[in-house]
Design a protein. Sequence first.
Length: 302
Amino acid sequence: MDAIKNRYEFVVFFDVENGNPNGDPDAGNMPRIDPESGYGLVTDVCLKRKIRNYVETVKENEAGYKIYIREDVPLNRSDKEACESVGIKEKEDKKVTEALKALKKTDADVDIKLRDYMCENFYDIRTFGAVMTTFVKASLNCGQVRGPVQIGFARSIDPIISQEVTITRVAITTEEDAQNKQTEMGRKNIVPYALYRAEGYISANLARKVTGFSEEDLELLWKAIINMFENDHSAARGKMAVRRLIVFKHSKELGDCPAYKLFDAVDVTKKEEVEYPRRYQDYVIKVYEDKIPSTVEVMEKI
């Protein structure tokens, strides 16, 4: 499959209702928040995890669409698979050197073959890149790949208020506790409602030179972004949904204009009669196409 030939930027809007979109472990798992402004945050790592989970669900280890960074799966397992693909079954320094001599290849040759193997077989490496230097003592590793797709932190349109809700449960933990009480108390943190905005970049140059990120991969990425919350519902996260995905397609590999000009053309305002937004319809999202160069195509994916 040929790599993509056009640069892209995109803006995605998603919302949460009575849930915690991304808990902060350093703050008692409260929703992440900018302490100076009060705006809510969702990390890029969180969003990429949702995309990975969607691809893993729909592809189920189909050839070329494996996921490298998975829950409860050691990275070394995939690295060893790549090493074996080029004829190296051990990662000890001496044995690697001997294996390289036997193969009559340089370190650089093998590193490139390992990198190419990982890009061809793992969708998330082909998309986001990865640092695959998991063998600290080894003289050979799968290298570092800079992915063509990059996503920034999502930020809420308005400041959020995190509510701590007290809950009770009838499930008692120990026999000793059962003799002294019938219920236990607990707490959960929720955001009543918030609309978040995240921005992303797709480099055709990196796709061509490094990972081979293709048009088929791109279409799968759009589907994954649109559906990234659909198979991830839980009581803790409340009601979450992607509401809008606006894509900017440049006419050439290196782009037609700076990304910020395209992002500035997407404006979000709260309706005048609304004081406390509690639904998506309380906002108006506009794309000012007169601010966008004619060579850039605007696509609404949802």
